[in-house]
Design a protein around this ligand. Structure first.
Ligand code: AQP
Length: 334
């Protein structure tokens, strides 16, 4: 029986963090065996916010190399850069034309992000982002899409668009299902444990990046916000969020049970917790970094990987796009 298809994306909007790794990439490595997996570096989504061209290009290449370095096998999964497969832009436009403005204005992520800006200067891309995301998913006829809470509404919109298209033009798209990611912990900022660790947040002690050296990891862990309870245990209390976050990271990288971890730190101070977390994170990152530097030391090897992924993605994407164009009445090239 043919495997189901799954699609996931990651924005090259900064350097990848251990949040991206623990919350997403590790699951992706597992998914590549269970599913026919498509993993895309969504640079077209990243430009909904102004990006420096050099930095964006480098971040896209580094993200591909890191996906391979964490264990994604480019022979099993299709790893590609979104902007290299022009079908995304084409289907994105077609779907935009089918999307009532009201559907887009209703998106809570748009409401949140646009509320922080002057009404007239909110970019159109921020509003129509979900139609491009719908194109990303529908081009590959993905059955499953792993989504966190913040993307659930966008996936609903994707399903609505697929249904609208199918009923207007005949069965064309698979209706994608939201896949609840397996135990991907949410990692919070070291400087503010009440906010998600984000790659686009630039303050120095906010995030641990996948390419941070052990010295930098230790320095960041030492500066992590904790509390004055002096008690090391997992807790949902907001006052204890800093310690809980360090423990969550420790659990994710060591794979130990919570009770075992709490026993291990019984009677210890926060200094000990911080150095232990730093050590275990650096230990987990070492093989990833080694592989990353191997891959990126050869520009031609990385170029070939990127090209291979684009070709593989294009096969599937163009097949869907051709069918869509046929259905909506575009003239086929002869
Ligand atoms: N802190 C986190 N904890 C757990 N999972 C996380 N992810 C991101 N941050 C954490 C997961 O990483 C995947 C890729 O995310 P994305 O690039 O599409 O954008 P994001 O979710 O907005 O991630 P960032 O790092 O916060 O990027 P910016 O700063 O650009 O917005 C997703 O599966 C996400 O859940």
């Amino acid at each position: 029986m043919e495997k189901q298809r799954v699609l996931s994306g990651i924005q090259p909007s900064g350097k990848l963090t251990i949040g991206n790794y623990i919350g997403a990439l590790r699951q992706w490595v597992r998914e590549q065996d269970e599913y026919q997996a498509y993993f895309t570096v969504v640079d077209m989504h990243a430009i909904t916010v102004m990006q420096d061209p050099q930095t964006l290009r480098q971040a896209s290449r580094d993200t591909v190399a890191l996906l391979i370095a964490v264990g994604i096998d480019p022979q099993k999964a299709t790893v590609f850069i979104q902007s290299q497969v022009s079908a995304h832009a084409e289907l994105g436009w077609i779907l935009t034309c089918m999307t009532p403005l009201g559907w887009l204005y209703r998106m809570t992520q748009f409401k949140d992000k646009s509320a922080k800006q002057q009404q007239d200067s909110v970019g159109t891309g921020l509003l129509s982002y979900p139609t491009l995301m719908a194109a990303d998913i529908l081009l590959y006829q993905a059955h499953q899409v792993p989504v966190g809470d913040d993307q659930r509404q966008h996936l609903e919109l994707t399903r609505d668009l697929a249904q609208r298209f199918n009923s207007a033009y005949g069965e064309t798209f698979v209706l994608p299902e939201a896949m609840i990611p397996k135990v991907g912990a949410r990692v919070m900022g070291l400087d503010n444990p009440l906010a998600k660790m984000s790659k686009s947040e630039t303050s120095e002690y906010h995030a641990i990046y996948l390419l941070d050296t052990p010295e930098v990891v230790l320095k960041k862990c030492k500066r992590a916000v904790t509390d004055s309870f002096n008690e090391i245990r997992f807790s949902e209390d907001t006052e204890r969020a800093g310690v809980n976050n360090l423990l969550t990271i420790y659990q994710a990288v060591t794979g130990k049970e919570r009770t075992v971890i709490e026993q291990e730190f019984e009677g210890q101070g926060y200094g000990k917790l911080k150095t232990q977390v730093a050590e275990s994170v650096s230990e987990a990152l070492a093989p990833i970094q080694q592989r990353f530097y191997e891959i990126s030391s050869s520009a031609s090897y990385l170029n070939d990987l990127i090209e291979h992924g684009a070709k593989r993605a294009e096969q599937m994407a163009n097949q869907t796009l051709e069918l869509v164009k046929e259905r909506i009445g575009f003239v086929r090239r002869t």
